[in-house]
Design a binder for this molecule. Structure first.
Ligand SMILES: Nc1ncnc2c1ncn2[C@@H]1O[C@H](COP(=O)(O)OP(=O)(O)OP(=O)(O)O)[C@@H](O)[C@H]1O
Ligand SMILES: [Mg+2]
Length: 494
């Protein structure tokens, strides 16, 4: 067995593969974007075969760059965009339709029917999730209803359901599995027993024959074939859970925010499942094989970095994501302009699928600097709402906040985030914590590192942003933000 570790990060916008050495340093990395298929407002799809092909191609490229072969990898981890749903034919391995992406809102009516028929608490108590378009269960149901014959074929055992981790694991190992973190986002798994719940499976009408086997996140899953022949799959973690591991947030109360396509705050609650009174989700943080699962409270924001991409691709006032900082810096403040990026409704803490995006407070004085600034500030305001919910639920103030993901490169945003939270915001030396976390998991399971303590020592602080805003100014801004949120609600009428 080799002395390196590999990690696949199959994200919402791109797929990456990294090779990591026994010190935890990146040796090589390759990445590739895939198409966002947007057939109608509110619908978002990916092509599963494109995702698989890109994954295989980045694995090949990064192994080549490192000058090693798959057998030099002691183990490989998968981390993935969560909730995105695929159904495939077990015989051919081909997907029966495009994947329905986590941001897709086509299941809004179904989510409402589930809540009114079974009561939102039925789902919340068992799964830690409210019925919402976000989760995988309603997406499977939608596919089964939409395409003729799928129900029968699923019941006959011809079809397999899985989130992206399962789709990749099936093609890389031949096993039909998912890990506890990904399974905890389906609305079908009991958080306590870590198994599919018969009552919920019935409520959603998902044939049991199509469900994957649930396995621990960090533990040997099996030998790989094809491009990874010669090594083993030793970890599966949802992307936000992997980022928690990559931030070495192993102790109760350890909290991180990852700013990527969306923004996700996770706070480790140890072996306790904490149920939120404030609109947060309860979720599995990770599970090491042979140990109890660790849980987390999560605040999920659907749109963060993707609003910057929207400004670039749909509106065109910037050519690249980095440019937003320079344009936002042409003005001293937001000029009273607020932007609520409720493109997919609002997730935590509001859970309103009737909300849509609004840009408010415009006057003849407003310019593109104010709009760029409002787009960046929206991410910080949404994170502040999550943190307030977290403090309300746990009764614990945070000493500081660990952050990571693509948007932490934006200094203006990070300074504003520290100001609006009134907290130190801390960036680690590796901002790519998602893929690092999958590599940490894979290395622990493969015996490269003996346990989570050993990888904790590899975490290093790279930058710290200290708040300098007056409390009065913070309150004034938050009051503007909360009015803007009100304006975004009740837009879609059912
Ligand atoms: N300098 C920047 N300022 C603001 N936003 C940025 C900047 N650089 C990147 N971004 C945003 O960060 C996001 C990319 O970050 P990252 O790669 O962590 O995302 P991700 O969610 O992990 O991607 P994926 O969806 O593929 O997993 C993009 O949405 C991009 O618009
Ligand atoms: Mg990602």
């Amino acid at each position: 067995m080799g002395q390196y570790v590999g990690a696949i990060d199959q994200g919402t916008t791109s797929s990456r593969f990294v090779v990591v050495d026994a010190e935890g340093s990146f040796v090589s990395m390759a990445s590739k974007e895939h198409a966002q298929v947007l057939p109608r407002p509110g619908w978002v799809e990916h092509r599963p075969d494109e995702i698989l092909a890109n994954t295989i191609s980045v694995v090949t490229e990064a192994l080549d760059t490192a000058g090693i072969s798959a057998s030099d990898l002691a183990g490989v981890g998968i981390t993935n965009q969560r909730e995105t749903t695929v159904i495939w034919d077990r015989r051919t391995g081909e997907a029966v339709a495009n994947a329905i992406v986590w941001q897709d809102t086509r299941t809004a009516e179904l989510a409402k029917v589930l809540a009114s028929t079974y009561g939102a608490d039925t789902f919340r108590v068992k799964t830690g999730l409210p019925p919402a378009t976000y989760f995988a269960g309603p997406k499977v149901r939608w596919l089964l209803d939409e395409y003729p014959d799928l129900n029968r074929r699923a019941s006959d055992g011809e079809l397999a359901f899985g989130t992206i981790d399962s789709w990749l694991a099936w093609h890389l190992t031949g096993r039909h599995v998912t890990d506890v973190t990904n399974a905890s986002r389906t609305m079908l798994m009991d958080l306590e027993s870590l198994s599919w719940d018969d009552e919920l499976v019935d409520a959603l009408g998902v044939p049991k024959a199509m469900l994957p086997e649930i396995v621990p996140s960090i533990g040997v899953i099996g030998p790989c074939t094809g491009v990874l022949e010669g090594t083993r799959l030793t970890t599966i973690l949802g992307d936000q859970h992997a980022a928690l591991v990559g931030q070495a947030a192993f102790d109760v109360g350890d909290t991180k925010v990852t700013y990527g396509t969306g923004a996700f705050l996770l706070s480790n609650t140890g072996t306790d499942i904490v149920h939120s009174e404030s609109g947060l989700l309860s979720t599995v943080a990770y599970q090491v094989a042979g140990e109890s699962a660790r849980y987390a409270l999560e605040g999920s924001v659907a749109v963060a970095g993707s609003a910057v991409q929207w400004l670039r691709d749909n509106i065109g006032i910037i050519d690249s994501a980095e440019q937003i900082e320079a344009i936002a810096s042409t003005v001293p403040d937001n000029g009273d302009v607020y932007f609520v990026p409720a493109f997919s409704g609002l997730f935590a803490p509001h859970w309103r699928d009737d909300a849509r995006g609004v840009l408010v407070g415009l006057t003849r004085y407003s310019n593109k600097g104010h709009i760029a600034r409002a787009v960046l500030e929206a991410t910080a305001f949404q994170t502040k709402d999550l943190l307030d919910a977290m403090v309300a639920d746990t009764g614990r103030e945070l000493p500081e906040l660990r952050v990571d993901g693509g948007m932490v490169a934006n200094k203006l945003l990070m300074r504003f985030q520290a100001d609006i939270l009134g907290l130190d915001v801390v960036v680690p030396s590796v901002a790519q914590t998602t893929v690092l976390g999958a590599a940490f998991g894979a290395g622990i399971a493969a015996g490269v590192w003996s346990n989570t303590d050993e990888v904790s020592h590899r975490w290093r602080e790279a930058a710290r942003y200290r708040p300098s805003m007056e409390g009065g100014e913070r309150d004034r801004l938050m009051s503007g933000w909360s009015k803007a949120i009100d304006r975004s609600l009740n837009w879609i009428e059912s």
